[in-house]
Design a protein around this ligand. Sequence first.
Ligand SMILES: NC(=O)c1ccc[n+]([C@@H]2O[C@H](COP(=O)([O-])OP(=O)(O)OC[C@H]3O[C@@H](n4cnc5c(N)ncnc54)[C@H](O)[C@@H]3O)[C@@H](O)[C@H]2O)c1
Length: 248
Amino acid sequence: MSWTEQVAVVTGGARGIGRAICLGLAQQGATVVAADLNIEGAKAVAEEAKANGLPGKIVPKSLNVTDRTAVEAFVEEVIQEFKKISILVNNAGITRDGLLLNMEDEQFDTVINVNLRSVFLMTRTVCRHMMQARYGRIVNIASVSGMMGNAGQANYAASKAGVIGFTKTVAKELARRNITANAVAPGFIDTEMTKVLPDKVKDMVKQLIPCQRMGEPADVAAGVIFLASPQAKYITGQVLVVDGGLNM
Ligand SMILES: NC(=O)c1ccc[n+]([C@@H]2O[C@H](COP(=O)([O-])OP(=O)(O)OC[C@H]3O[C@@H](n4cnc5c(N)ncnc54)[C@H](O)[C@@H]3O)[C@@H](O)[C@H]2O)c1
């Protein structure tokens, strides 16, 4: 299947890593649905693709990935409009950092809900259509926090470790249907999510990264596009770490 025949759904596509993934897939020629709570941001990404004359197009849609009814209606709408979903990138995610002793139940539950439960909801709904089509590429955005742990991120690290376990299970269940499921685990990437970190913390982290810099959203998008490509057909259940060597 060529890129131009592919329909991708990218959650959290309005900014940061999600935006770079949408633009990267559109650059290949795919039709990309950018699904986000922030519809204005998603519209701006779609305009950007158009203004830059990318071969594929980006279609902005409003979605709260934690809302099961909304997820089901959204997937139905995409199928009605484009007939299939060949690529699903579960990228939407949040942080609510704090040390364990001070972490509120709500702080833990919200992060698990947005970062992990939503991946389950989206994947369960979309994979039915992929199974019928006997083709699919699922790429879930995890994090090195889910592999190494990170002080102040018990909720976030647990959600991302959960995403990795979920991805491997989906890979085992769906491999015979010609559907792959992989995770990409970014390290420290320069987005709005990490802009809130104090400069002192950023400088400290840079010292730990062999590449000596934070990653760019496009660095992560490159890994996602590879795993989402038709050529990556014999790669499933893997975690591709994009972290400048941090977690070596
Ligand atoms: N930035 C990093 O250093 C880094 C590192 C490792 C992993 N990640 C992961 O990469 C992904 C993208 O991160 P980012 O840095 O681009 O973050 P970001 O905050 O810049 O963008 C996240 C996007 O997700 C959307 N979103 C949040 N909750 C949503 C919901 N309930 N429904 C729909 N959309 C929702 C936001 O509106 C936003 O557009 C996340 O899963 C994050 O955990 C980021």
